[in-house]
Write a protein of this length. Structure first.
Length: 228
């Protein structure tokens, strides 16, 4: 699955979770009102009122936690993929690149960057290249050191995605939507785009369609936040 596919899947689960949370809260409030009416009519005592209220609260909390676990499931799935990609594996070593590194040829910064680009999807090769570059980097243009951008590690990708998942989970639980957005979907899509901007795409993907995939409509408001 493409990187943006995981973002889409997480948001889909989050919308379902939010609906489940709203239902759980509505059911809880209805049960509390009914129990209060029974108490006011003298049909249950204070002890039973508190006992039933605790039961209703526990039931709501279990349903909320179950709904939020749907979000965790996508984060765990993405994490498993990144964990596999982040394993140091000798079978993933590029022999041609290793022969070049061991040849004694002094590489230019541009050549280092070319190798970094070619190997950016291989964590094993990126580790090797970064180590070799640190030991052999050149100073160019006088005293100015030109840096090479290496591929983003799977661990860093996982941190970015987990941060996004945590934020969505928090807003899903609370129901908060920052003012300035037409809907929760617009707010969450904007959070997704901000997170994706921190990601490097893999070589078989690009983020050219992110704006279309995660459309955002905003409006002008005066307050700072609202709860839908």
């Amino acid at each position: 699955m493409k990187t943006t596919g995981y973002y889409k899947r997480l948001l889909e689960r989050a919308f379902n979770a939010r609906a489940a949370i709203e239902k759980a809260e509505s059911d809880y409030q209805g049960a509390i009102r009914h129990e209060r009416e029974l108490y006011d009519d003298g049909m249950v005592g204070e002890k039973m009122l508190h006992l039933h209220t605790d039961e209703f609260t526990s039931k709501r909390d279990r349903e909320v936690d179950a709904a939020l676990s749907w979000i965790d499931g996508v984060a765990d799935e993405f994490g498993s993929v990144m964990e596999d990609l982040g394993r140091l594996d000798g079978s993933r070593i590029d022999d041609n690149v290793m022969r070049l590194l061991n040849s004694g040829i002094r590489l230019t910064t541009g050549e280092w960057q070319g190798l970094a680009n070619d190997c950016k999807d291989s964590y094993t090769m990126t580790r090797i290249l970064k180590s070799a570059y640190a030991a052999n980097k050149l100073e160019e243009d006088g005293d100015v050191l030109t840096f090479v951008q290496f591929g983003q590690s799977p661990q860093d990708k996982q941190k970015i995605f987990n941060k996004f998942a945590g934020l969505i989970k928090h807003t899903c639980r609370s129901g908060i939507v920052l003012d300035g957005y037409v809907s929760r979907k617009d707010y969450w899509n904007d959070l997704a785009k901000s997170s994706i901007r921190e990601m490097q795409p893999f070589s078989d993907e690009n983020f050219d369609s992110v704006d279309a995939d995660f459309p955002v409509e905003k409006q002008s408001v005066t307050s700072t936040s609202s709860v839908f």
